[in-house]
Write a protein that binds this ligand. Structure first.
Ligand code: GUN
Ligand code: ZN
Length: 430
């Protein structure tokens, strides 16, 4: 039995705090300052005010913040190399920077090095779980799952399905896609904390037959997920309309093949219409909102509230390398700005919920990740409230908890991470 107790200001959520939530008594917010989080064999065993007895290893982080590790619901493992690439919108960016970078992942050694680097970077940024795009290459999935297993991380991923409109060397075929997917599902899905996601890159790079295959695989393998991009950019939207003239909308291309359901994680959704949003709500699908990517690539401003009003779950995602930081705090700060341009203010509670318990609920994983509920796996991160003179003076001036945490969300990043724990093991910091 391993027993670790951490004292800090514990912040997590028991429910969605909603939008009108800028005060400190918001329902759903659970704030336990200066408490001990008890971790037994990697799981949350309790929370208490008093120090535990000598049977427990104690880490006293008094005055620091401890939250559940963040969940990034859409991010690309092979794209650290192309983050911050200048000057283009989505389709040109893919061709110019992203596809060439992903071609290098035909080499298993590149996959192994890239996967380790990527997961270590996530952990350094305070993210302990993610829904990840590797590349079309089977070796990239093997390498990513191997690296996640070594670190004990909860990870969802699967090989990219793309059988057209991409360079040779970055495409599969109907047969190879099915063979590779089945082999990967059999070897990795449900192994430890890993789950498989059928990974349709986006509608333009899959034939109708391949989309149908993805639908069959999703239906045939309970517990697997579906991830893809949808309605991110206007040129992309026009291209999809040309490629799929019978579809009512971009989302409909996926819906026709059974790809929009409770286990679907759809990135972006900037250019959805009301009928699309209603479909997402009816089917219980999840939108991964990627504000930094949408700003950087000039894609547009996703309508978080309209999605939620239609019943769709909305989580937060970095979408690196279209996004410009793996930090979920920076992602939240960008989400605030995107929503502000739509005339909506995003409370810190709502943003933090979306990156922790909200994402966990949407993924069907709330009994494992996203909160300090008893029995959950102890994936958590200790944070400095403020780093540097500007953040420090702002922090000192805060007169409410929301004000303080909102300043952290707006000014903070990976420099604020003191320690990252996965299943109670400290993998970053000390
Ligand atoms: N659409 C298809 N592929 C990609 C990708 O790699 N990044 C983003 N942001 N959008 C995509
Ligand atoms: Zn993406």
């Amino acid at each position: 039995m391993t027993r670790l107790a951490i004292r800090a200001d514990l912040l997590d959520f028991t429910a969605d705090p909603g939008w009108a939530a800028s005060n400190d008594n918001t329902p759903g917010l659970r704030w336990r300052p200066g408490h001990w989080l008890l971790i037994e064999n990697g799981r949350i065993g309790g929370v208490q005010r008093d120090a535990p007895d000598a049977a427990w290893t104690q880490q006293d982080r008094r005055g620091k913040l401890l939250m559940p590790g963040f969940i990034d619901t859409h991010v690309h493992m092979p794209q650290l190399e192309v983050i911050a690439s200048y000057g283009t919108e989505l389709l040109h960016w893919l061709e110019t920077y992203t596809f060439p970078a992903e071609l290098r992942y035909a080499d298993p050694a590149v996959c192994a090095a890239g996967s380790s680097r990527f997961l270590d970077a996530l952990l350094m940024h305070g993210t302990t779980s993610a829904v990840v795009f590797p590349t079309v290459h089977k070796a990239s999935v093997d390498a990513l799952f191997t690296a996640a297993e070594q670190r004990g991380m909860r990870l969802i991923a699967g090989k990219c399905l793309m059988d057209r409109n991409a360079p040779p060397g970055l495409t599969d075929t109907l047969d190879s896609a099915e063979r590779d997917s089945l082999d990967l599902i059999q070897r990795w899905h449900g192994k430890g904390r890993l789950a498989y996601a059928h990974t349709v890159r986006f509608a333009p790079t899959s034939s109708d037959a391949q989309l149908a295959l993805a639908g069959r695989l999703l239906a045939a393998h309970p517990g697997t997920y579906l991830q893809t991009h949808v309605a991110e950019n206007r040129d992309e939207l026009n291209w999809v309309a040309e490629l799929f003239p019978d579809a009512r909308s971009y989302l409909d291309v996926y819906a026709r093949h059974g790809l929009v359901g409770p286990r679907s994680v759809l990135a972006h959704g900037v250019w959805l219409d009301a009928e699309d949003r209603a479909l997402l709500g009816r089917e219980g699908a999840q939108m991964a909102h990627c504000p930094s990517s949408n700003l950087f690539l000039g894609s547009g401003l996703a309508d978080w509230r309209a999605l939620e009003d239609a019943g769709a779950a909305v989580s937060l995602a970095s979408d690196v390398g279209g996004g410009t930081s793996l930090s979920m705090l920076r992602t939240m700060a960008d989400a605030y700005k995107v929503q502000a341009l739509r005339g909506v203010r995003l409370p810190a509670w709502k943003a933090l919920y979306a990156a922790t318990r909200g994402a966990a609920v949407a993924l069907g994983l709330e009994r494992e990740i996203g909160s300090f509920d008893l029995g959950c796996v102890a994936d958590c991160v200790a944070w400095e409230y403020a780093v540097g003179p500007v953040a420090s003076v702002r922090d000192a001036a805060a007169t409410s908890l929301h004000e303080r945490i909102f300043a952290l969300m707006t000014l903070g990043d990976e420099r604020n991470v003191m320690a990252t724990y996965v299943a109670g093991r400290c993998l970053v910091g000390a």
